[in-house]
Design a protein around this ligand. Structure first.
Ligand SMILES: [Ca+2]
Length: 283
C-alpha cells in the first residue's frame, strides 16, 4: 500500500513539475499574430468616432489638398456594404500639390517572413479614367536614413508597396516604385465601377525575390507572382550611391502603417469613393 501511495504521489509530483515547466519555459516559441478590422460603423455618422482615445480603431487622417479645393473624408449612411456605414472619400484633382485623403492605422510591425492578408471593399464612383489612382499603401517611414533627410521629396521618404490603378486605366496592380521595384501589373480584370468590389491582397513579405504577391478582386485571382515586397538595404544603397549619396536602410526594417482611401489622386478628375469592411491580418 505504502509503495502504491508513494508511486501515486510521485506521479502527481511529476505531473505538477511538467505543468510548471510548460508554463514557464522561455524556449517555447511565441506565435505572434496581429488582426485589425473596421467596418466604419458609428453611432452618429461622425468621422471622429473612428479615433477613440483608447486607440483601438484608426490612428490618423492623411490629407493633402490641392490649392483651391478641400478634400473630404466622412461617414456615409447611404452607401455601404456592411452594417450601416462606410467611409466616404472625395479627393479633388491634383495641381502643384498631389491630392490625397485617406485613413491610416499605424503601430504595425510587419517584417520579412510575415504573411499579410489585407481585405477591403471599394465603391468607386464614375466611369472616367482612374489611371494611377492609389488606394492602399503599406509603408515604413522609420526605415528611411535620417542622415539623408528630405531632399528627395517627402513622397519617397516612406518606402513601401501600394495598390494602384494601372495598365492604361483601371487595372488594379501592385506598385513597388518606392522600393525601387517594377509594378506587378495585370490587365485581365478591369475594376468594376459604381458598385461594391472586394479586394484581397496577400503577401509573404521578403526583401528578395522570394516574396509572394497575390491580388484577388471579387474572388478572381488577378495576380500571383513572386517578387520583392519589402525594402532591400543593398538596393537602396546602390540606388542612392548612383547619386553620390550614402544611404543606410534602418534596421530593423518593418512596415509600420497602412493607409486606405485616395492615398494619392494623380488622375485628371475628382475622385469620389467609398471604403468598407477593412481588415489586416499578420501572421
Ligand atoms: Ca460598414
Amino acid at each position: 500500500m505504502k509503495r502504491h501511495q508513494f508511486i501515486f504521489f510521485a506521479i502527481i509530483a511529476l505531473m505538477s513539475l511538467g505543468c510548471d515547466k510548460d508554463e514557464n519555459n522561455p524556449e517555447e516559441p511565441i506565435e505572434e499574430s496581429f488582426f485589425f478590422e473596421d467596418g466604419f460603423e458609428t453611432q452618429n455618422d461622425l468621422v471622429d468616432e473612428l479615433f477613440p482615445s483608447n486607440g483601438n480603431r484608426w490612428s490618423t487622417i492623411q490629407q493633402t489638398n490641392p490649392t483651391n479645393a478641400t478634400n473630404e473624408i466622412s461617414i456615409s449612411n447611404t452607401e455601404f456594404n456592411e452594417g450601416q456605414n462606410a467611409l466616404r472619400i472625395l479627393a479633388y484633382q491634383s495641381d502643384s500639390d498631389l491630392s490625397k485623403v485617406d485613413i491610416e492605422k499605424n503601430g504595425l510591425n510587419i517584417v520579412s517572413g510575415d504573411k499579410v492578408i489585407i481585405k477591403a471593399d471599394f465603391f468607386i464612383v464614375g466611369t472616367e479614367s482612374i489611371e494611377n489612382l492609389l488606394l492602399l499603401d503599406l509603408e515604413c517611414c522609420s526605415c528611411w536614413d535620417p542622415n539623408v533627410g528630405d531632399n528627395y521629396g517627402s513622397e519617397n521618404q516612406c518606402p513601401g508597396v501600394r495598390l494602384m490603378m494601372s495598365g492604361g486605366n483601371d487595372y488594379l496592380s501592385i506598385e513597388r516604385g518606392k522600393i525601387s521595384g517594377t509594378t506587378i501589373q495585370q490587365t485581365d480584370f478591369a475594376f468594376p465601377r459604381n458598385q461594391w468590389v472586394t479586394v484581397q491582397w496577400e503577401m509573404t513579405m521578403s526583401d528578395s525575390e522570394n516574396g509572394l504577391n497575390r491580388l484577388i478582386i471579387n474572388e478572381t485571382e488577378v495576380i500571383n507572382q513572386t517578387g520583392m515586397n519589402m525594402p532591400n538595404a543593398q538596393v537602396f544603397a546602390d540606388v542612392f550611391l548612383n547619386q553620390g549619396i550614402d544611404f543606410t536602410l534602418q534596421e530593423p526594417t518593418f512596415y509600420e502603417r497602412v493607409q486606405i482611401g485616395a492615398t494619392a489622386n494623380p488622375t485628371a478628375g475628382n475622385m469620389e469613393l467609398f471604403v468598407d469592411d477593412f481588415s489586416i491580418k499578420v501572421e
